[in-house]
Structure formats: structure tokens, C-alpha cells
Design a protein around this ligand. Structure first.
Ligand code: UDP
Ligand code: MG
Length: 138
């Protein structure tokens, strides 16, 4: 079964929305195969978002992502990557469709509540970045 990588970002953890977002994930039909609370270092955030290193928002992004606890998840479903992207909505909550997680819980384009992988290849890389094999259920 295909997998994707999801993250509940520090803004949503701080706002007390972990439970709401986990419920949303399950209602949407994903099977959670890995989940844990982490606080990533600045260096980890820089590596995780390396692809955006040249973008003007990079410094603010990695500072925000290491500013407090996050919840990282590995999710399974048919068409997991696209289905999770559809469930979270557009990067900017102002442009996110009604009922999406970002529309419901994101504060701004930067502090946007959740992360989702953008391809099967990156999903595998991102799951391996955060989870040991023993932390994922079969
Ligand atoms: N981001 C930002 N400003 C922007 C674009 C992106 O602060 O103009 C942040 C935002 O937190 C976003 C992350 O950088 O989720 C990664 O950007 P990407 O374009 O990959 O968006 P995503 O895949 O998360 O929708
Ligand atoms: Mg992205």
C-alpha cells in the first residue's frame, strides 16, 4: 500500500489542534503506520527543507519548524501522496479549499499547520528521515 509523510507543524501543536488533525486524518481514510512527537533541531529543519535553501522564506521557515514540538506521521492509503495533498489543501490557507486541514487550522502561508510529501520518492525519503524501520507498523 502506498505511503506518504505528514507533519503537524509547531503552530498547530501549540494551538492544541493535534487531536482534531489526527481525527481528520482517520476520517479521511488513512491508516496511521507511524506517529510520534518530536522537536527538530535547526540543523534538521535545514536538511529537511534543503530543496528550498535558496528561497527568501527559508530562514524563517527553518526557524519556525524548530521552534517547538511537531508530530510526524507515516500514512498509508491508495494514492497516499495525492490524497494527503488534497486533504491538506493549498500552501496558503487563503487559497485552500473549504474543509481542508489548512483552511480549518492554518494561520498563514508560513505557519500552515501541516506538511505533506509532494511525490512517492520524497515520501520515502521523508519517512526514512524521521522513522526507524522498527517505528513503523506492518
Ligand atoms: N512557505 C512560506 N512562504 C512561501 C512558500 C512556502 O513560508 O511563500 C513555507 C510553508 O510553511 C510551506 C513550506 O514553506 O509549507 C514549504 O513550501 P512548499 O512550496 O513546498 O509548500 P507545501 O508543499 O508545504 O504546500
Ligand atoms: Mg512542499
Amino acid at each position: 500500500m502506498p505511503r506518504t509523510f505528514a507533519m503537524i507543524k509547531p503552530d498547530a501543536v501549540q494551538a492544541g489542534n493535534v487531536g482534531n488533525i489526527v481525527a481528520h486524518i482517520q476520517t479521511a481514510g488513512f491508516r496511521i503506520v507511524g506517529m510520534k512527537l518530536v522537536q527538530i533541531s535547526l540543523q534538521q529543519a535545514q536538511r529537511f527543507y534543503q530543496v528550498h535553501a535558496q528561497r527568501p522564506f527559508y530562514g524563517e521557515l527553518v526557524e519556525f519548524m524548530s521552534s517547538g514540538p511537531s508530530v510526524v506521521l507515516a500514512l498509508e492509503s491508495e494514492n497516499a501522496v495525492q490524497k494527503w495533498r488534497d486533504t491538506i489543501g493549498a500552501t496558503d490557507p487563503a487559497e485552500a479549499a473549504e474543509g481542508t486541514i489548512r483552511k480549518l487550522y492554518a494561520e498563514s502561508k508560513g505557519r500552515n499547520a501541516v506538511h505533506g510529501s509532494d511525490s512517492d520518492e520524497n515520501a520515502a525519503i521523508e519517512i526514512a528521515f524521521f522513522f526507524a524501520g522498527t517505528e513503523l507498523v506492518g
